[in-house]
Design a protein around this ligand. Structure first.
Ligand code: ADP
Length: 496
């Protein structure tokens, strides 16, 4: 039993990675699946297609690694969070398309709850803000829209869950209906202090408890896979939400350690230990993990919707670069953005503003402005969005962050990372392995399988690639932030 298998089920693709006992990746398989946009603002997935993509990539990665499933000690699942599936327990078939976290169909319903004054109560119980992003309103919608769903739920015929719970159900041939504390903390139905479904929240969203999975800890094998699926039965650990997995994969396991993932969007989490820090700056309080019998651990989270996606816009919208990495050579042609500033609020602003009425703005354009300045301003804009998250986190947690650990596709940009360090006045540290999501899930599975006896043993697994040191003065940083704030003001309210 020498290997670990991580199943990384993301928003646009599913990946499987086989790791050895030192957490070195031996083989990877990846498959994209269909995104459905049936109406403006709606985003759906076919849960069966997702399951097939996971099954296929798992088999492919095992074959590529040249191992047999019997040699895998444990499977660790990590997944896109909040997306909700409703399925028939007996047939194992979804009864409706999965509603994806990006889906806005319940926005009005959530606005009505906010206007009814429910936000303080929700924030106190769940650490979340009233937004259709989370699962509760989506499940509420499904139970109304699917014919006979209420009666069938009452008769015990239906099961619901986030993607982790769906995959565990399928992997175990329907024997396990379980979710983990991190995924449950994003549903808006779990009391994050108690770590269990909350009767008041279930009543508010009118969700019968019987359709929900049981909530379990991370890194603990909870059932075996059906032998037919991979050729041998393998212990499956509970899932872990993708951002929490990345936090663990970055070994942010001491209070105050922070990571930021630069993907399509940017996600920053700060580990706060056993204390759930209530945010006063519109960040989220979320469960970081629960390792076996140890107490619940928490994190503060802030996310921005458009991060690396702004670079894709330079490529696909403006067509001033042909590939994402080209942004770096283009931006490096100029020493700075020449007074140009881009706020990449293309779909509104996320934390700490939460302003759906904002739109992107490009300011300070002159006759001398070139594509290189715009490329540079794009990198600046991404970094400023992230700087806003870090500043809000420092205010909430009451202490200065000493280093920012980074990962995700756009963290490959040395220029972006240097700009980030310069804006923050804080060193930015990039690990050698930036695939921290799958790594974190594998580490948790490995802990459960006894590969390591303690989290401290994992430090040997994480190697640093490069640390970017700030080169700016405090006065320069203050001046930069002041200009950014001016630009943010211009971006807000544009779509009203
Ligand atoms: P996701 O998991 O959200 O799909 P990834 O972590 O794969 O995203 O990161 C993809 C993003 O990273 C894309 O938006 C792309 O623009 C950006 N990106 C990839 N490579 C580079 C690079 N060398 N320099 C800058 N940005 C990059």
């Amino acid at each position: 039993m020498k290997y670990l298998l991580a199943l990384d089920q993301g928003t646009t693709s599913s990946r499987a990675i086989v790791y050895d006992a030192t957490c070195t990746a031996l083989a990877t398989a990846q498959r994209e699946f269909t995104q459905f946009f049936p109406q403006p603002g709606w985003v759906e997935h076919d849960a069966l297609e997702i399951w097939r993509s996971v099954e296929a990539t798992a088999r492919e990665a095992i074959a590529k690694a040249g191992i047999s499933a019997a040699e895998i000690a444990a499977i660790g699942i990590t997944n896109q969070r909040e997306t909700i599936v409703l399925w028939d327990r007996a047939t194992g078939e979804p009864v409706a398309p999965a509603i994806v976290w990006q889906d806005r169909r319940t926005a009005d319903y959530m606005t009505a709850l906010a206007e009814g004054g429910k936000e303080p109560f929700i924030q106190q119980r769940t650490g979340l803000l009233l937004d259709s992003y989370f699962s509760a309103s989506k499940l509420h919608w499904l139970l109304r829209a699917v014919p006979n769903a209420r009666e069938r739920a009452a008769a015990g015929e239906l099961a619901a869950g986030t993607i982790d719970a769906w995959l565990i159900f399928k992997l175990t041939g329907g024997r396990a209906h379980a979710t983990d504390v991190t995924n449950a903390s994003r549903t808006m139905l779990m009391n994050i202090h108690a770590g269990d479904w909350d009767d008041d929240l279930l009543a508010l969203f009118d969700i019968p408890r019987a359709i929900l999975p049981r909530i379990v800890a991370n890194g603990v094998p909870l059932a075996e896979t059906d032998a037919d699926i991979l050729g041998a039965s393998v212990p499956v650990c509970a899932g872990v939400g993708d951002q929490q997995a990345a936090l663990f994969g970055q070994l942010c396991v001491r209070p105050g350690l922070v990571k930021c993932t630069y993907g399509t969007g940017c996600f920053m989490l700060e580990f706060t230990g056993p204390n759930p820090v209530a945010s006063r700056h519109r960040l989220l309080t979320t469960v970081a993990w629960k390792l076996g019998d140890a107490p619940l651990q928490y994190a503060l989270e802030g996310s921005v919707f458009v991060g690396g996606a702004a670079i894709q816009w330079l490529r696909d919208g403006l067509k001033i670069i042909r590939s994402a990495p080209e942004v770096n050579t283009l931006a490096a042609e100029v020493p700075d953005a020449g007074g140009v500033m881009l706020v990449p609020a293309f779909t509104g602003l996320g934390a700490p503003y939460w302003d759906p009425s904002a739109r992107g703005v490009l300011l300070g354009v002159t006759r001398g402005t070139t594509a290189a300045h715009i490329a540079r301003a794009t990198l600046d804009g991404i970094a400023y969005e992230v700087a806003d998250l870090l500043l809000a986190m420092e205010k909430d947690s009451g202490h200065r962050v000493s280093t920012l650990r980074v990962d995700g596709g756009a963290s490959a940009s040395d220029l972006l990372m240097q700009i980030q360090a310069d804006q923050l006045g804080v060193p930015v540290e990039r690990p050698r392995n930036v695939e921290t999501t799958a790594l974190g899930a594998a580490m948790m599975a490995g802990l459960g399988a006894g590969f390591w006896s303690d989290v401290a043993d994992l430090h040997a697994v994480r190697a640093v690639d490069k640390t970017f040191q700030p080169t700016t003065t405090a006065a320069q940083r203050r001046a930069g932030l002041k200009t950014w704030r001016k630009a943010i003001k211009r971006a807000r309210g544009w779509a009203l």
